[in-house]
Write a protein that binds this ligand. Structure first.
Ligand SMILES: *Cc1c(COP(=O)(O)O)cnc(C)c1O
Length: 499
């Protein structure tokens, strides 16, 4: 029987198989005329049910050919210009090529003896990021995503607070609080839960009315917490909120945190692309005064999932998570083991993708690509604002656009009800993907633009599908958020956006 393991003797077969596989993907990429096939969930469930996982193997080529029909046919294509839903970027070619390398070599960057030069390369990419932030001697580690980076940061902040409190852990944990705005990422609240803090440990700080944390309100909240016997463990500033795309005034917040001696964490999962922007780097001014920073390269550096990092200003802060195992990283071992800094053990060499991208394109080019999508979002916001059938909801500093659609004869309640229906109609047509959220208690539609090759006309075409769907739905029943409504309306949605 032919070997199906990737070894010395199958190197040629590996080359053929990967060529065959990439040919399938290339064919799909070239042929994707819309971001999603529009297949119904029942149809997709049937496809999945039809594949037996218990039968005899069909062979590698056949199994790959099968996923062409099952998966590639129905994948959601983030590179398509009518994909404007969530914080997913199209990916840079050098990063995808590097992904193939790390998948095949299968390095695990936990201990030095498993990754050797890979460890040194990850460390260099981490140092590069720390320097971009403005940390003189920063350190950090790659993680699976912003959620993990935020949790890791808050874990380090918790350990620092417990050490400072000097009381038993069990007495300290219920007194710890984290301060953030209502627009901060949900992973902040989730981390508080996972870290064993009290149910009301996240204190919401008032914003400026548009989602940016108010430094005076932070100061008052910190004083109030202290007066109530609570221990502020961290302030989480958001360097680009997920919905509104606004940036907390980091420098002013840092001044408050310094004065009160509180750990400042900056969640720049979305806004980290500004670190390489020559035109907008100032929007993150003050980030160098944070104690820890989350960056998501898989959001604004055009990297494939996963690629994120937690970066700290003081390398010693990472030691709170170190743990020693005799078989892995015993204390007497002087090798540079990334596992000592990570919450994970076995861990992907994601840093290679960013390394290759930086070498291939240079940071300025990545920054220009991010600037391009921020410019596009501003143009789209202008177009929405100028359109009597649309209502712009706030202005983003990054690349989201929030809006409502208001067909003739509809009132606020109808417009609110239309949001879910419009999103669903577009999703089920597969022609354009938009997201929805709630701002100040009212639903609205949301575009997240992260494709530097998408044009204003491409987005105008999406907006026109939104309007067509809304008009059609409003004529039937604005709150008809059902498959029936989608079917009724799908045929009415405007022309395809060309890929
Ligand atoms: C997306 C996002 C996160 C979470 O990142 P994941 O990579 O999805 O885990 C955290 N914070 C902000 C502000 C985000 O936009």
């Amino acid at each position: 029987m032919m070997s199906e393991m990737l070894t010395r003797s199958t190197a040629d077969r590996y080359r053929l198989l990967v060529a065959e596989t990439t040919a399938l993907v290339a064919h799909r990429l070239a042929g994707a005329t819309q971001p999603f096939s529009g297949a119904s969930r029942s149809e997709l469930q049937r496809l999945v049910d039809d594949s037996a996982l218990d039968g005899p193997g069909v062979g590698t080529s056949a199994a790959i050919a099968e996923i062409d029909d099952v998966f590639l046919e129905h994948a959601v294509w983030f590179h398509h210009p009518a994909y404007a839903a969530h914080l997913n970027c199209p990916v840079a070619l050098p990063a995808v090529a590097a992904e193939a390398v790390l998948a095949a070599v299968n390095t695990s960057v936990d201990t030095y003896d498993q990754s050797t030069v890979g460890t040194l390369m990850e460390r260099k990419v981490v140092s590069w990021t720390a320097e971009r932030i403005g940390f003189a001697h920063g350190d950090g580690v790659f993680t699976s995503g912003g959620t993990q980076s935020n949790m890791h940061a808050l874990f380090l902040a918790r350990e620092a607070a417990v050490a400072r409190a000097g009381a038993p852990r069990a007495e300290t944990l219920p007194r710890l609080v984290v301060l953030a705005t209502a627009s901060s990422h949900f992973s902040v609240g989730k981390s508080a839960l996972l870290l064993g803090l009290s149910d009301d440990a996240v204190v919401i700080v008032a914003d400026d009315g548009e989602g940016r944390m108010d430094p005076d309100a932070l100061d008052v909240a910190l004083q109030r917490a202290a007066a109530s016997g609570l221990l502020p463990m961290a302030v989480v500033a958001t360097g680009g909120t997920t919905d509104r795309g606004v940036i907390d005034p980091v420098a002013s917040l840092a001044a408050v945190c310094d004065e009160r001696g509180v750990w400042l964490h900056v969640d720049a999962a979305y806004g980290c692309g500004l670190l390489v922007s020559r035109r907008r780097r100032h929007l993150l001014a003050g980030i160098e005064r944070a104690r820890s920073v989350t960056v998501d390269f898989h959001k604004s550096f055009f990297q494939p999932v996963s690629s994120s990092a937690l970066i700290v200003r003081e390398p010693r802060d990472l030691a709170a998570g170190a743990w020693h195992a005799d078989y892995l990283n015993p204390l007497e071992n002087a090798e540079p083991n990334q596992v000592d800094k990570s919450l994970q053990t076995t861990r992907r060499f994601d840093a290679l993708k960013l390394w290759v991208t930086l070498r291939a394109l240079g940071p300025d080019r990545i920054g220009e690509m991010f600037d391009t999508v921020v410019d596009l979002a501003a143009d789209v916001a202008d177009a929405v604002d100028a359109d009597p059938d649309l209502e712009l909801v706030g202005r983003s500093q990054l690349s989201t656009v929030l809006f409502r659609v208001r067909p003739d004869g509809t009132d606020d309640a109808d417009q609110d009800a239309l949001v879910a229906g419009v999103r669903r109609v577009l999703f089920e047509s597969g022609r354009a993907l938009v997201a929805k959220t709630v701002i100040d208690g009212r639903p609205c539609l949301k575009l997240t633009l992260l494709n530097p090759e998408t044009t204003l006309d491409d987005v105008r075409a999406v907006l026109s599908m939104v309007k067509d769907a809304a008009t059609a739905l409003a004529g039937i029943a604005p709150d008809l958020d059902s498959e029936l409504a989608s079917e009724l309306v799908a045929g009415l949605v405007g022309a395809e956006v060309s890929a």
